[in-house]
Write a protein that binds this ligand. Structure first.
Ligand code: SF4
Length: 262
């Protein structure tokens, strides 16, 4: 790997933790991947919520959110980076309806007309040793006492207790960047799950962020080592079932050969 700072986002950090070879395919080789209906739905719903918060507070209604969904989809439906790879025209109505349901769930969790977003889709970065931590925070609010609330929308369901740590990685990552780059430890981190719907919250402390920072440094070291040695070890897991790189993955091919031999 060259000497430019290694870049890590919450999703690339999580990719490396789940499977180093997957990280390589996505972040080093930058191989194309099909866009799933779920990913595309997530991007569209995020874009609608961003535009909703750009409206005057009284206009942030369910009806306006649905209108924005229609308007945005009309603008974006032919764009390859927005359209699900395998979405037929006949499936499009049902897919849009599922996104509309996520938006109506959103209104069960919050009343956006009462919220004052200080920042939307906020790009943040911070260089930690020789690792550049970077990403986009969905929404930031500032309380009267000057503390920040970071909110991340999730279009999936609340994970079980075993996966809670990895699900909150993104927000802990952003809390660390806010602390190191701006000297502010956010007062609250919120994961807004639109499918359930439910909200999970955390209150980060200096101690928990220091522990997370150590994890990020160790992770960065492991990524550097893999890049220097070329040892991007595959780590098979149930996630392999939905991995777009099965065809080129030696671990997957090995397991397929093994099951055929039985
Ligand atoms: S198929 Fe599994 S082991 Fe192979 S790259 Fe994908 S996630 Fe990793």
């Amino acid at each position: 790997m060259d000497e430019t700072p290694l870049q890590l986002s919450p999703s690339s950090a999580s990719n490396f933790k789940s499977c180093p070879l997957l990280f390589k395919y996505r972040n080093i080789d930058r191989l194309d991947e099909p866009i799933s209906t779920r990913q595309a739905g997530g991007s569209l719903v995020h874009a609608v919520l961003e535009r909703l918060f750009a409206q005057e507070a009284p206009a942030r209604t369910t009806e306006r959110a649905n209108e924005l969904l229609e308007v945005l989809w009309t603008e974006l439906r032919e764009e390859p980076e927005w359209r699900p790879t395998e979405l037929d025209t006949e499936d499009e109505v049902g897919w849009l309806e599922s996104n509309r349901r996520l938006l109506s769930n959103y209104f069960l969790l919050e009343d956006p007309s009462t919220l004052d977003a200080a920042r939307l889709e906020w790009w943040v970065e911070y260089e930690l040793d020789d690792v550049q931590l970077r990403g986009v925070i969905d929404r930031v609010e500032e309380r009267d006492d000057g503390s920040w609330i970071l909110t991340d929308y999730k279009t999936g369901k609340v994970p079980g207790a075993a996966r809670e740590q990895s699900a909150s990685l993104g927000l802990r990552f952003y809390a660390l960047v806010c602390w190191r780059a701006y000297g502010i430890i956010p007062g609250e981190l919120r994961l807004v799950y639109l499918a359930d719907p439910a909200v999970l919250t955390w209150r980060p402390t200096e101690r928990t962020l220091l522990a997370f920072e150590r994890q990020m440094k160790a992770l960065a070291k492991a990524v550097r080592r893999a890049a220097d040695t070329g040892d991007w070890r595959p780590r098979p897991s149930p996630f392999c079932m939905s991995c777009a790189f099965q065809d080129r993955c030696p671990a997957w091919n090995e397991s397929v050969r093994g099951s055929q031999a039985v």
